[in-house]
Design a protein around this ligand. Sequence first.
Ligand SMILES: [Zn+2]
Length: 454
Amino acid sequence: MEKTVKITFCGGAGTVTGSNFLLEIDGKSILVDCGLIQGMKVADDVNWDPFIYDSKKIDVLFVTHAHVDHVGRIPKLINEGFQGKIYSTKPTKALALPMLEDTMGILSKNTDKNLDKIYSAENIKTTFSLWQGFEYHEKIQITPELEVSFLNAGHILGSAMILFTYRGKKILFTGDLGNSPSPILPDTDKVTDIDYLIMESVYGDRNHESRDDRRKFLEQTIEDNYKRKGTLVIPTFSLERSQELLFELNELVENNRIPFMPIFFDSPLAIRLTEIFKQYKSYLNEAAQKAMSTDKHLFNFAGLHSTLRSEESKMISTVPNPKIVIAGSGMSTGGRIVHHERHYLPDANNTLLLTGYQSVGTPGRLIQEGLKTIRITNENVEVRAHIVTLTGYSGHRDSDGLINFIEDTQDTLKKVFLVMGEPKSAMFLAQKIRDNLGLDVSAPEQGQSVILTF
Ligand SMILES: [Zn+2]
């Protein structure tokens, strides 16, 4: 007898952030991710609208990875009575704690929306009491006919695609897909035999520079800034981009590829997360593991200063140029980067290097689009610094990479659903998939449901 499976695109449809999907399968209600929508301001009101499902009725939440746009609304789910189980890989569980605590530090100050009650220490504690970590490829039996496992997504430490096998057919949620080869992570697992694919599409309409090119660009950007005797400011995501950049800078410094200058790693969250990378070293690629066994100081090379305390952070502006400052947040919506941008953007000798996706409406996106005056902490700041974008350090697959990923399982695919991309990017990729691979593809809208027959 045929059975049906229903997928509802509750979040992350037509937009990059806010990943949240409901899968109703074999009598179970299962969520994939419960992330924050990140836009103009982090407390974007739409995050606090009621979920379109009853949180109390969810049996299991599967988490693809620890970025806030995939885990940031878990405390809200708990607050609304979720009592099911939370499953992820082991490193994702370890990384999610500092990520959620950091989010709590920012959002719980907002008492008008009761965010202090949602992001309470109690709700964070409950979250982790329900959370269980698994290895990649370990089989998790949900019902006699439904089995789930985590495949390596190669996007950040512990990141996973979630594979549901039901009555012999396979549904795969990719989460964010890595831009392999990464300097420190193993490549994304190759997948075959998938029937239904729910795939990210952040860079569906663009290709990145190659790995060699991106390293050359980084080196060139550092050298140009050195010659101008400026400060190179790099807003970066605390999780993964920071550690990859440190890894690349470590290599450039140790091979004398760049002139010596102080490098400030000015992100308490990233410093804390870097310690977890050391604990979960076996999840890194061979090159990174080898480098870590011979170089105990990986992520901690000559010239690097990790500025944990805010007094140390304030001292950075007194250090003469040239220098490099790496700070969060990655889209300049908050964190220490904001103060550095206010200080360094007005000077034409300085450089701002953008290495990750900048969400629509964020200060990072406005600067990237060439705005000459930007509002930072209630002040107008002139942008005269050089603005450089380097997408090769993105943690996401580019357009061709996404097509190659699908090609491996093209023969069995019945339908592709494109999610986690701006509409322009998803539409472009959808057309490319239809034209090049002849597959059935759609880019669902927020709240839309589809029924699959098994
Ligand atoms: Zn991510």
